[in-house]
Write a protein that binds this ligand. Structure first.
Ligand code: BTN
Length: 314
């Protein structure tokens, strides 16, 4: 069903196409084409029947078909008005053996942040979990997480906001010095696999998009608050998926792009790890995602932890 919808949307993207041509291309009956076209209309698409065939003249603001229409990468979108957590739903999708699925919700009722912290996800945000299977060893997965951060900043900048990245993957806005700015978006990555093979990876991306700040934790901000208007969430998610997918295809590009968007490099930082805390200057990020830190007496690479910017040094 979803594959048929995806194929139909792809055919409609190319311009007017007749019912018989669609039936041929999709390998379904003309009656089934008609049913599918009507389902899209009921979902908010305006589809005119012209002499040349069906033409899409208007696309709904958000939703599965809206995001898939014009999407340049082969992801199926599963949309929920409300769900507990798109990552939790993503796990179910993964266990059904489905890959290249983006689970998107308008609202989450039990969303999860990093380090088992809760995450606030009211209506109007972009709550999206990408279920995929990169063909890399499990140890390389942190690079895919950084790619998600880069894709998120890139989509924010395309929407007009100069967001930046605090290691590893916090998307922030504003003063990159002490505290690092106000949190706009966060990423929670979960995976299953063996040493040499990932069986599934879920990249959960939460962006405070068309949300008022009084619905968010104290230090957080939103695209609406920063830009003074709502953004086109459909276009944002499309850019996010396209950019993330491009980096999975070209992993060598990720670290340089992360460096370009980072506000952590060059900063004095405090890194809290499960069993100790260190302070030093963040020098670089290194494959597959570790932060290179120079402390008073040595240089070390930190692979996981909470990072705090201590003061601006840029
Ligand atoms: C963080 O703590 O910074 C990470 C927050 C990740 C939130 C996103 S929203 C979409 C996905 N679903 C979840 O339950 N969490 C992630």
């Amino acid at each position: 069903m979803n594959e048929t919808r995806r194929a139909l949307l792809e055919a409609l993207e190319e311009g007017p196409i007749s019912g018989p041509a669609l039936a041929d291309r999709l390998g379904i009956s003309r009656a089934a084409v008609w049913k599918q076209v009507n389902a899209l209309r009921e979902g908010g698409f305006t589809i005119e029947s012209t002499a040349e065939g069906y033409t899409v003249t208007d696309v709904p603001e958000y939703g599965a078909a809206a995001i898939e229409f014009g999407l340049a990468v082969p992801y199926t979108v599963e949309y929920h008005d409300a769900v507990d957590s798109t990552n939790t739903r993503g796990r179910e999708v993964a266990s059904e053996g489905r890959r290249n699925v983006a689970v998107v919700a308008n609202e989450q009722t039990a969303s999860r942040g990093r380090l088992e912290r809760p995450w606030t996800a009211p209506k109007g945000g972009i709550w999206c979990s990408i279920v995929c299977q990169p063909t890399v060893p499990a140890a390389h997965v942190p690079l895919s997480a950084l790619a998600a951060g880069v894709a998120t900043v890139s989509a924010c900048r395309a929407a007009g906001l100069e967001a930046h990245l605090k290691w590893p993957n916090d998307v922030l806005v504003g003063d990159s010095g002490a505290r690092g700015g106000h949190k706009l978006a966060g990423i929670l990555t979960e995976m299953e696999g063996e040493q040499d093979r990932v069986s599934w990876l879920i990249v959960g991306i939460g962006v405070n998009a068309n949300v008022d700040t009084d619905e968010l934790p104290e230090d957080a901000t939103s695209l609406r608050a920063e830009l003074g208007e709502d953004i086109d969430r459909r276009r944002f998610v499309q850019r996010l998926l396209e950019s993330f997918d491009a980096m999975l295809e070209d992993p060598d590009s990720v670290l340089d792009r992360w460096r370009e968007y980072s506000s952590t490099l060059g900063q004095q930082v405090r890194l809290e790890m499960p069993n100790r805390t260190i302070e030093g200057r963040a020098l670089d990020v290194q494959f597959p995602g570790g932060l290179v830190v120079e402390t008073d007496d040595r240089q070390e690479v930190v692979h996981a932890g909470d990072c705090e910017h201590l003061r601006a040094q840029r």
